[in-house]
Design a protein around this ligand. Sequence first.
Ligand SMILES: Cc1ncc(COP(=O)(O)O)c(C=O)c1O
Length: 401
Amino acid sequence: MSEFSPIPLLIPALPKLTALRPYLEQIDANRYYSNFGPLTRELETRLAGIFENHASHPMHVTTVSSATTGLELALSSLDLPRGSLVVVPALTFVATLTAVIRAGFVPVVADVDADNWLLTPEIVRESAASTGASAAIVVSAFGQPVDTALWSSFQENTGISIVIDAAGGFGSQWVQATDIPVVFSMHATKSLAAGEGGFIVSGNHDFIRHITELSNFGINLDPSAGLPVGYLTHAGSNAKLSEYHAAVAHASLDNWESNAEKRQSAYRRYRDLLNDACGDAIIWQKGVELTVPNMLCIRLGNSEARSKLEDHCKRLQIATRRWYQPLLHHHSANISPLVAMPCPAAEGIASGLLGLPFFVDITDIQIRRVVDAVAQAVSQQDYSTQKQLTRKRHGQYSDIH
Ligand SMILES: Cc1ncc(COP(=O)(O)O)c(C=O)c1O
C-alpha cells in the first residue's frame, strides 16, 4: 500500500470461509435453513449468556432480520393505539425514524444533550408533556451506551414506554434493567457482523417470545397460549434470521474478543494522536469509554471548519462521512406526519460533525495520515509546509503497521 493510497471510511470485517465452514456444514447436515433452526437458537442462547455475564438476572434474546425490523416489532409489541406519538432523537440513523412510522406511529423529533449527544429523561419528559407522546426510542448514538436502569425507572415513573436502539452498540451496551428492550444490529458494518441481521435483548421472557411470534408473521407458536398453534394472534412480519446469517454471526462471535481488542486499541491510539495534534479543536462525545468502538466521529467548532476538513481529506483521498445527517427533521417533507421539537443542541453538534476512517484492520500509518490531515485542516498553517512535515513523520513511523 502506497503512502498516498486512498483510505476508505470503513472496511467490513466478516469471517472468512475457513471460519464459516463448520457452521455451513452443520446447515448441510441439519437441512434447516430458516424458521428458528438450530443455529439460530444456539446463537440466541450464546448471546443471552454474554448479556447475563453483565447483568444480575436472566436475559433473553430473539434474533431478527435487521435492527430496523427489530425496532418496528419492539414498537408494535407495546400495543399503543395507532397514531401514538413516539419521541426519537434528531441525531440518529434514519432507521430509528422509519421504524416508528412503519409501526403506525408518529415520530416526535427531539433535541439531544449537548455533551453526550443522546436523549435525556428531561428532554423526553418535556417533549412528551408538550405533545402527548407515550413512548420513546432512546438511541446509543455512535455506540455510546445508555443507562438502562435509569430509563427503566423513568418508564416506571412516567408511564412512557422506552425502547433502546443500540444498533451499533454491541460490546459497549449492556442491559441492567429487566423491562427495557434493547435492539442491536448485525449489519456488515457493525462490530458483530452477520452481513444482515439483528437481535433484541430483554430480561422479560414473555416480551421476547412475543417478538419472536411477531417476527414470524404473528403466528401463535405457544401450545399453552389458549389459542391453537398456527393461528394468527397479531399482524406481524417476516423478520426471521436465516440459518446462513446465524452461521456468519457464530463465526463472528468466535473471533469477537480479538476483533474487539483491535478496535479498542486502534480507537485509543487514534484519539490520543488526534488530541495531541489538534488539542481543543476537537470536541468529543462525552460519556463512558467505549469497549468496542464501531466508528470514529469528531466534532469541530463550526461548519466552516468541517467543510475545510472535508475538502482537505478529499484532496488526500481520505474518505469521510457526515454520519447521521441530515438530522431527522430535515429529511424530505414526504416523511410525514412528523412533529419537530426545537433542536438547538443537535443542530450545533451536527454542524461540526464528521466521521473519519475507522475499521478493525486500520494501520498505524493510515491513522497517522488521517491525524495529519485533521491537524493540517484545523491549523492555520499552509498545507504545503505541512505536507513536508507529513512526509517526514510518515518516514519516521513507516515500520509501524
Ligand atoms: C442508530 C441506528 N439504528 C438502526 C440502524 C439500522 O440497523 P440495520 O441495518 O440492522 O437495520 C442503524 C444502522 O446503522 C443505526 O445506526
